[in-house]
Design a binder for this molecule. Structure first.
Ligand SMILES: [Zn+2]
Ligand SMILES: [Zn+2]
Length: 348
């Protein structure tokens, strides 16, 4: 394997001047013409796990940079992706709508990414396995999904660290009937969030996010090098840090409330309020890989999302009305049998 310095311009094979694309199976660039592999050189001084401090009190100095990359904008969902290298697609990875070439990309620079580990064929196998395991799926569904349009692309995420000094108050119930009581409780606790993954784009749906949340390991991060993106699309970072924090505020509130519930340790909590003082915010801008399979069933567009790191799979699927009817008939039959057994045993 020879080495190829990895800038966008250098995605041409030094042997045959063919186009090189990143191969998840090889973990390297592979020439599409002659098949030669070229290792991606990573600068050891470039630490992709480095985090940056963010102080909400002082004006933030991070400025977006205008690049030479041209954005492909989706006409349906508004998703905007940049292609690196040859694999130009005229469809949107998020929704399969048509994309049109727009202006230059103004973005915040990601410093790290996790390269694709799963190949397109492996992603397809995962998706078909996922479909086969669904209860009451139409018989021809696996076949339909095997013909799905597959899009591999990088999506933008933040990781956030913070320290939360939380003062909470809550009410909970005990007893029942005449002995029912409502109690109040107050307390304080501190919470440390480390590498909380937060979507940096409104196009990252919970389905995409969930696959990634399960598979994410910061140790897999590599420096941002265009060679890793060659042959794939990427939605780059367009949100400022404060916009990213605001967009993920609801998720953070949910996490804090759950930690408070665990801390109070009562089963019937009816009301929680809290105030938190947030300090020590650190963030990273990273790109993470997903495969999205687009298929349509009875004219309804559906998708299966396979995480490009370890293959965690989530999706949308139709139900077979015949199989559902079969299951409900079987369940009714069971109910009748159990009813008869209980009746015969004299329990009723
Ligand atoms: Zn070549
Ligand atoms: Zn779209």
């Amino acid at each position: 394997m020879t080495q190829l310095s990895a800038t966008q311009r250098d995605l041409l094979c030094p042997f045959c001047a063919g186009q090189c694309v990143f191969s998840p199976a090889a973990g390297a660039l592979v020439c599409e013409s002659c098949g030669e592999g070229h290792a991606i050189i990573v600068d050891p001084a470039h630490d992709p796990t480095r985090e940056f401090h963010y102080d909400p009190e002082t004006p933030h100095t991070e400025q977006p940079v205008l690049t030479e990359d041209r954005v492909h904008q989706c006409e349906t969902c508004g998703g905007a992706v940049v292609f690196t290298g040859p694999a130009l697609s005229d469809r949107c990875g998020y929704c399969d709508g048509p994309v049109v070439l727009g202006g230059r990309d103004e973005r915040f620079q990601a410093l790290g990414l996790i390269p694709f580990r799963l190949t397109e064929a492996e992603a397809q196998t995962r998706a078909i396995d996922w479909v086969r395991r669904r209860l009451a799926a139409p018989t021809d569904l696996a076949d339909t999904v095997s013909r799905a349009r597959v899009a591999g692309f990088y999506v933008p995420f933040f990781t956030f660290d913070s320290h939360e000094a939380v003062d909470y108050w809550a009410r909970y119930r005990t007893g029942s009937g005449d002995k029912a009581r409502t109690h109040s409780v107050k307390g304080s606790m501190s919470i440390v969030f480390d590498d909380l993954l937060a979507p940096a784009s409104p196009h990252i749906t919970p389905m995409i996010r969930d696959g990634i949340l399960h598979d994410f390991n910061p140790e897999d991060l590599r420096p941002y090098i265009p060679a890793y993106l060659s042959g794939f699309a990427a939605e780059q970072h367009h949100l400022s840090v404060s916009e990213g924090l605001a967009a993920n505020e609801a998720d953070k509130r949910l996490l804090i409330r759950n930690r408070i519930k665990t801390h109070i340790n009562k089963s019937r909590i009816i009301d929680i309020g809290y105030k938190t003082h947030t300090s020590g915010i650190h963030y990273r801008r990273i790109l993470l890989p997903v495969w999205i399979l687009h298929y349509s069933y009875n004219n309804t567009a559906m998708k299966v999302v396979v995480c490009g790191m370890r293959g965690r799979t989530f999706g949308e699927r139709p139900f077979s009305p015949f199989k559902l009817a079969g299951y409900s008939a079987a369940i009714s039959a069971l109910a009748i049998v159990f009813g008869w057994v209980w009746g015969a045993a004299g329990w009723f």
